[in-house]
Design a protein around this ligand. Structure first.
Ligand code: F6R
Length: 250
């Protein structure tokens, strides 16, 4: 099915619109399960969601499931995705850390940690999954070439992804080489998906995901086989979109 594409003037406007839909979900279903991404893209969404909490939204019954985690960072490392999500989501929303589920990237056996996380997700249904997109079309840390059938697994990060994430670390060498990530099949089980992308450097990946071939070379292209996907972008990430090919909302 063709994803709905929503273009806003800037990241904050997009964040507000996506957060409004998450807030509506939580009002309708106080024990909703929400899948959360890390990185820069979802941060405007989390900031806007915190304003709903300030206005009285009760999200205390929600379970939050992370998409991925680095392998090799010790528990509590500030760049681990658990620590990032505690900082940008759990603390600003005044939530209990027990409501946040993240694969254990510091586990002695990462493959077992991946299997345990997949089991946890198999026992629930994600009502709404928030995604960012890599410049190479990755979602979660499913890099190009990842099979569409993959469930939560251990994966190597490409050099381009490590370079893109080096801004959070003292040097490129400090960026982990591996991660645990929900697989593409895991992500596709979510009832609804909201992908957010900002800035000109994402324009090519967004266009490839929406109009290119559905191929493992562009993992996000698989989202076109999901029945309920919305792609929310700012004007810069929309520069390669064709209004005729999808249901564009301004
Ligand atoms: C992060 C994740 C990644 C990012 C992507 C974009 O949990 O799963 O797919 O969403 O790398 O990162 P940003 O938003 O930092 O450009």
């Amino acid at each position: 099915m063709t994803p709905v594409v929503e273009i806003s003037a800037d990241a904050d406007a997009t964040g507000s619109r996506v957060a409004e839909r998450i807030a509506a979900l939580i009002r309708a279903k106080p024990d909703a399960v929400v899948g959360v991404a890390t990185g820069s893209s979802p941060e405007p969404v989390y900031r806007a969601l915190a304003r709903h909490i300030d206005d009285g939204l009760d999200a205390s019954g929600v379970s939050w499931f992370a998409l991925d985690e680095y392998i090799g960072l010790p528990h509590g490392d500030p760049q681990s995705y658990r620590a990032v999500l505690e900082r940008v989501l759990i603390e600003p929303l005044g939530l209990d850390t027990a409501s946040l589920h993240v694969p254990d990237g510091a586990a002695a056996d990462p493959d077992a940690a991946a299997a345990a996380y997949e089991m946890a997700l198999a026992g629930t249904t994600v009502d709404l999954q928030i995604l960012g997109i890599g410049e190479n079309g990755h979602i979660g840390f499913n890099e190009p070439g990842t099979p569409f059938t993959a469930t939560t697994h251990r994966a190597s990060l490409t050099r381009s992804t490590r370079m893109a994430n080096a801004r959070f670390f003292p040097s490129l060498d400090a960026v982990p080489q591996e991660c645990l990530t929900q697989g593409l099949a895991t992500i596709m089980r979510a009832r609804r998906i909201e992908l957010v992308a900002f800035g000109e450097r994402k324009a090519g990946a967004v266009a490839a995901a929406l109009y290119g071939p559905i191929t493992d070379r562009c993992p996000a292209s698989l989202l076109r086989r999901h029945p309920d996907v919305r792609v929310s972008v700012d004007a810069e990430a929309a520069t390669e979109l064709r209004a005729t090919s999808c249901a564009v909302q301004q």
